[in-house]
Design a binder for this molecule. Structure first.
Ligand SMILES: Nc1ncnc2c1ncn2[C@@H]1O[C@H](COP(=O)(O)OP(=O)(O)OP(=O)(O)O)[C@@H](O)[C@H]1O
Ligand SMILES: [Mg+2]
Length: 329
């Protein structure tokens, strides 16, 4: 059973901007992003490559790369402001309260350590000492995540495993301390379709059985649609549409979301040609006023080039940032 969210959201991100330093100034990789994740909720971040999804995720873990900083905004997690945490406090939080499955499944495991040792590592790091307890936790989790013959596999090394198995091991590593929030950044991108399906099922199982909130990051609309309660659509560092996945996918209101939907095969569109969004995501160097999607938008207006519109609230928590929806045409 999913826990019913109570009052305060688990994660509340407000007007978060992340800048990449260029000499004396910052270029914004993420621009005034705001969203919430309730306890027990699965929220997806959808957007093409370079839209700022990974930077957003890394900022939640205090792991932004060198030369990349939060320039504005606030990140409240479990009622604590993450921006004011020291590195030591972040170390205590990482893995234990928020954990992440990274984008590169092949390079995220240590080739020199056994699988069992790697899954146990976060428990050791967070101060657990009882070896019997650690062993039981690791084997239980391996069984829960469908890793066959866990006792034998615990003694194997990463190169002896298939891609899908390695991704399960990474998931085990991320879940072993039972965090409140799991971030899965393109966790299924490198996998074949049937393995991808199995990992998505595992994520759903983790959410349902343990009540873990999950932030799923993907450029794959199908993954977000299958898994998420709510979706955030990002374009060039900005949130352009957000809401319940059912609402956003049945009634997309931003031309970017529509474009993403028309560019994947869908049952309703059977027989019609697939469309692609012409053009590309602007790089962070190309700073221009207005809506960054305007140059690719089929319904662009002159005023789109002037100012990025405030979010307009539609039904429920469905929101969109588009001048046409704001009635300022
Ligand atoms: N370490 C870095 N130094 C400089 N620029 C960076 C760095 N990391 C990211 N960027 C820039 O910030 C922007 C957002 O990058 P990010 O990695 O968050 O995108 P993404 O949405 O995760 O893309 P993908 O789907 O390809 O993973 C991009 O324009 C990228 O070039
Ligand atoms: Mg990324």
């Amino acid at each position: 059973m999913k826990p019913i969210s109570r009052g305060c959201p688990l994660l509340q991100v407000r007007r978060l901007s992340i800048g990449v330093s260029r000499g004396r100034r910052y270029l914004l990789g993420v621009d005034a992003l705001g969203f919430q994740v309730q306890s027990g909720e699965i929220v997806g971040i959808l957007g093409e490559s370079g839209c700022g999804k990974t930077l957003t995720a890394l900022s939640l873990l205090g792991l932004l790369p060198l030369g990349v900083h939060i320039t504005e905004g606030s990140i409240l997690f479990d009622q604590r402001e993450l921006r004011s945490l020291s590195e030591r406090e972040f170390c205590a939080l990482r893995g234990q309260e928020i954990s992440m499955v990274f984008q590169e499944p092949m390079s995220s495991l240590n080739p020199l350590l056994t699988i069992g040792r790697q899954i146990a590592e976060p428990l050791y790091l967070h101060g657990w000492k009882n070896k019997g307890f650690i062993r039981r936790e690791v084997l239980d989790l391996m069984t829960r995540l469908g890793l066959p013959e866990p006792e034998k596999l615990a003694c194997a090394y990463p190169h002896q495993l298939s891609g899908g198995m390695r991704q399960r091991v990474l998931l085990a590593l991320a879940m072993v301390c039972k965090p409140k929030l799991l971030i899965a950044d393109e966790a299924t991108t490198a996998l074949d379709l049937s393995t991808q399906s199995q990992i998505l099922q595992l994520l759903r199982g983790i959410n349902q059985d343990l009540g873990t909130s999950i932030l799923v990051i993907s450029h794959d609309l199908g993954v977000i649609r299958r898994l998420c309660d709510r979706v955030l659509v990002m374009y060039a560092g900005k949130l352009v549409e957000a809401g319940a996945a059912a609402a956003v996918f049945t009634d997309p209101r931003h031309e970017y979301t529509r474009g993403l939907m028309y560019s994947v095969p869908q049952q309703e569109q059977k027989g019609k040609p697939l469309l692609s969004i012409p053009g590309r995501v602007p790089s962070i160097e190309e700073e221009k006023p207005g809506c960054p999607f305007a140059p690719r938008c089929p319904r662009v207006l002159g005023s789109c080039m002037v100012q990025f519109p405030e979010a307009v609230r539609l039904q429920g928590d469905h929101e969109v940032c588009c001048i046409r929806e704001a009635g300022h045409e």
